[in-house]
Design a protein around this ligand. Sequence first.
Ligand code: SF4
Ligand code: FES
Length: 267
Amino acid sequence: MKVILDGKEVDAEAGRTILEVARANGVDIPTLCHVPALEPAAMCRLCTVELVEGRRSRLVTACNFPLRGEVEIKTDTPRLRKGRKVLIELLHTRCPDSVVLKELAERYGADLARFPDDNKDCVVCGLCVRVCERIGANVLALSGRGVEIRVNTSFGRTARHCIGCGACAQICPVEKIRIRDEEAERVVIVCGREAARIPLRPCSSCGKPFGPVIDLSLVMERAGEAQVPAFNLLVCPACSRRSHARRLAERHFEQYDIEPAPGGGAE
Ligand code: SF4
Ligand code: FES
């Protein structure tokens, strides 16, 4: 199927989203709430484009709009640039220190002093909630309505069933989720509030706490792995690396029939 993308005729597979077709053809549409690994939710509206069908033109979100027929798509008109500029100015009030929003503001000439800061610490993109759901932990959810909507745990309590994987912190575009390892616990802080605490397992070699104590069966089932090597569950990455290095060195000494020095090196 053929579509017109910014004045150029391109091939598009039916069912593909406008964003997928645009990216496949080197056209950059800005996004904030989209990662290809998760189902699109069209929360931020930054990817809005103009869709022209016959004599009708309308605005649609590119990340979740599947192409069904031959249409014309405009991704960078003055109307769209103006809309994105205002959107960035408004999102910036919620997260004034976001690097991503500052970069977008520069690209679209947004005036970051236009609206007063609101400091909500979240742009409500929902990515953390979707990735948590995909992993199967279901710790985070969006609660509230309208401007009061926010990321929350069940009843706003510190979650005990979180697996401490850190996917939410990795995916947050405005970096408002932090993972902090304290003594023997991992703490997940979402938008300044403590969301979860997970006990950490001590390394069987050096004794330092290193990884969350969790039921891995769920993770393995989701990852499609038959099993996680038991060694990795008991030993911290540093001790694991040391042990591998030692084994490699021993093999090397055996191969060349070298006597290892008492301190660990070869003579
Ligand atoms: S905390 Fe981050 S990832 Fe989660 S909804 Fe807010 S901005 Fe998005
Ligand atoms: S990227 Fe499409 S609405 Fe956010």
